[in-house]
Design a protein around this ligand. Structure first.
Ligand SMILES: *[C@@H]1O[C@H](CO)[C@@H](O)[C@H](O)[C@H]1NC(C)=O
Ligand SMILES: *[C@@H]1O[C@H](CO)[C@@H](O)[C@H](O)[C@H]1NC(C)=O
Ligand SMILES: *[C@@H]1O[C@H](CO)[C@@H](O)[C@H](O)[C@H]1NC(C)=O
Ligand SMILES: *[C@@H]1O[C@H](CO)[C@@H](O)[C@H](O)[C@H]1NC(C)=O
Ligand SMILES: *[C@@H]1O[C@H](CO)[C@@H](O)[C@H](O)[C@H]1NC(C)=O
Length: 616
């Protein structure tokens, strides 16, 4: 009797002990990441590294790999089978994350150019100030300004290495960078870096005499920052741009075909080949085209699809000129049309605030800035050109960015008991595949699945809104064809543009920017459709295998409450859930867990926004 009790206690303590150890490793992992990403840390509201600037020194590449190696050896000491079920899944995801990173290391030299027209220290400033306004916050901000020359040295030295290795961007990726930097080169007190000295300083409790000194040193610091940017601009113009690769395809680089395969696998988080993705894209384009054609038939439109899209794109019935009014229409749509229907499809919807706003920066049609413990989520609509936002596009964009898309998905992972690296992903595109996964296929796949789900929920009110949905889906399907076409199948940029022109309503300006994006971030644009297709496949499989026991809310819980992960792992999670549901159905119990799988229910400006943005 004593023995039994004793053994039982030991078993429990050990199990808990392993969980505790594993949690410690995960926490340690997050802290290590924050140390290497001090600006991200500040953005997250962790203020340990507020006076530190990230290092871009080449030596950091090796150091980061060594750190990850170390975490690999730490988890090797954890007995996975002794962990609780929830932690076992966490273990699998963590190991996959580390493994993927280490596999990407061999491509580290392919990512030595940290600036392109979509990202870099000229768009997302490394001179970040904490949200709070203590004297120390201003002092730290100034320290970061004086770190700028060193950072720019490091960035330039990376790019020189890229040139030396003959592994540079194509011109389209960097041609506009000098002009982008140029926009920042204004007078010190007109600079965005000066804004906190104008506004936050006034709101602070810092005495006036100290404010004066802070302002003076701030101005000196900004002058240093601007001089550094000027130097970077000259470097881009006079050196880097003279050495860009001649072909858009990364396949033209040495071992480029393998590099592209690695990028595609990283972004899709699936073991797929470029040929497969291309073929899948062609199929999807045909299928969606068929759906669009049906709409034309219903509306008795006699012309081509192209003519139809052009005509509705310019039809005053669908155009609102006033940006403020558009924001109101979006709010109404989200709150009164979408949200009331959600409880029919989802359990335990977390209550995390989200605002609907005009986007402060130009770019894609909409984006979502992640909610954090201190900030609400923000659904940002690009209203720089209100006429380019016909009302029939509002529904699909809202479903993607807000509910049940990015904001709702993020709310689930934010409120679940997940390790921080999965709750608050850090983004970087140029470093892929040598970068820690941020699970875009899961996140963007969910966004696109949400657009699909809207159809099932009856949210597209008429054929025009449905056409808006199909156009948005068509863009993502075309990306599979064009991304693989350009990087792997010897397509010219002209052919890619013509293809997009044939199947979407976008003008040549938009299409060219899209294609330049694919050229810059090989494989990235495929994440959306690959993720959606996988989620829909998993759903179909669950419905088929579970028959009358299939419950849509529970299926969604399995996906959402377990948080972001690679699609390979998601598939095993859903498979396990199917099996468990079958077992409990057969044994007649009804008390099954709603997020099943291997794990029990998991409880239910241009400044650094890149860390938290999901675009379309
Ligand atoms: C990078 O770090 C090494 C020492 O690890 C140093 O010698 C070198 O000057 C640094 N490079 C730059 C560009 O700062
Ligand atoms: C800061 O305030 C000064 C004085 O009011 C003004 O001239 C300047 O434009 C402001 N700068 C910024 C970046 O807002
Ligand atoms: C550099 O790479 C390009 C392909 O991007 C190739 O055409 C060229 O021959 C390479 N140059 C050297 C010196 O290897
Ligand atoms: C839309 O209408 C405007 C003026 O009414 C015209 O300038 C523009 O070319 C039209 N765009 C398309 C795509 O037809
Ligand atoms: C675009 O459509 C035209 C007309 O149907 C066709 O001839 C052409 O091959 C298409 N282009 C591409 C890249 O598929």
């Amino acid at each position: 009797m004593w023995m039994c009790v004793f053994t039982l206690c030991t078993a429990i303590i050990t199990a808990e002990g392993d969980d505790v150890t594993f949690d410690l490793i995960l926490r340690n992992f997050w802290n290590t990441r924050m140390r290497y990403s001090p600006e991200f840390s500040t953005y997250q509201g962790e203020y340990k590294y507020n006076d530190v600037t990230q290092s871009m020194n080449l030596s950091v590449i090796e150091k980061k790999r060594d750190e990850v190696d170390l975490f690999m050896s730490m988890i090797a000491l954890v007995d996975k089978d002794a962990l609780s079920k929830a932690k076992q899944l966490e273990y699998v995801i963590f190991k996959d994350t580390l493994t993927t990173y280490l596999e990407g290391y061999k491509w580290a030299t392919y990512s030595l150019s940290p600036l392109n027209f979509l990202e870099g220290i000229h768009l997302f400033s490394p001179v970040e100030k904490a949200e709070s306004n203590t004297r120390g916050d201003f002092e730290n901000y100034i320290v970061r300004m004086f770190n700028m020359p060193k950072l720019v040295d490091e960035v330039i030295s990376r790019m020189n290495e890229a040139i030396r290795l003959n592994l540079t961007y194509h011109k389209v990726s960097v041609a506009t960078v000098p002009a982008q930097i140029g926009e920042m080169l204004v007078d010190v007190t007109e600079s965005n870096f000066y804004i906190p000295f104008n506004e936050s300083l006034k709101k602070s409790v810092i005495p006036e005499k100290d404010r004066q000194s802070l302002r003076e040193r701030g101005r000196e610091g900004i002058a240093v920052v601007l001089a550094s940017y000027r130097r970077l601009k000259e470097y881009m113009e006079n050196t880097y741009l003279q050495h860009t690769r001649p072909q858009p395809a990364v396949k033209s680089l040495r071992n480029g075909a393998s590099y592209y395969r690695a990028c595609l696998k990283w972004h899709s988080s699936l073991d797929v080949s470029p040929e497969y993705v291309h073929e899948l894209g062609l199929q999807e384009v045909r299928r969606i085209y068929g759906n669009m054609q049906k709409i034309l038939n219903r509306l008795s439109f006699k012309g081509s699809l192209k003519a139809f899209l052009d005509s509705i794109g310019n039809d005053s019935r669908f155009i609102i000129d006033d940006a403020e009014e558009i924001v109101e229409v979006y709010k109404e749509l989200v709150n009164n049309r979408i949200k009331p229907l959600l409880p029919k499809y989802f359990n335990n919807i977390p209550n995390v605030e989200m605002t609907v706003e005009k986007s402060p920066f130009d770019g894609t049609g909409g984006s979502y800035a992640l909610a954090s413990d201190v900030n609400p989520g923000r659904f940002l609509i690009n209203l720089f050109r209100p006429r380019e936002n016909p009302t029939f596009d509002y529904m699909s964009l809202s479903l993607h960015e807000s509910y049940p898309g990015h904001h709702m998905q993020h709310s689930y992972s934010m409120t679940a008991d997940l390790p921080k690296y999965r709750r608050f992903p850090e983004y970087s595109f140029y470093e892929v595949p040598f970068f820690l996964q941020y699970f875009s296929a899961y996140v963007e796949g969910w966004g696109l699945y949400s657009e699909y789900l809207g159809e099932e929920m009856g949210l597209y009110e008429d054929d025009y809104e449905l056409m808006g949905r199909y156009s948005a889906e068509m863009l993502r399907a075309c990306r599979l064809v064009v991304d693989t076409g350009i990087h792997y199948l010897d397509w010219t940029k002209e052919r890619a543009m013509e293809y997009m022109h044939n199947y979407t309503a976008f003008g040549p300006g938009f299409i060219e920017i899209e294609i330049n994006r694919y050229i810059t971030w090989p494989g990235q644009a495929c994440a959306y459709k690959m993720g959606e297709i996988k989620i829909r496949q998993l759903r179909k499989k669950s419905e088929k295998e579970l028959g009358s026991h299939f419950d849509i809310k529970k299926f969604h819980s399995v996906i959402l409450e377990n948080g972001p992960m690679s699609l390979k792992i998601l598939e095993t999670v859903v498979d396990n859930w199917i099996r468990e549901t079958q077992i409990s159905a057969n044994s007649g119990t009804t008390s099954q867990r709603n997020s099943g799988a291997q794990l029990p229910i998991i409880l239910a400006l241009f400044s650094l926004l890149t860390y938290c943005i999901c675009t379309v």
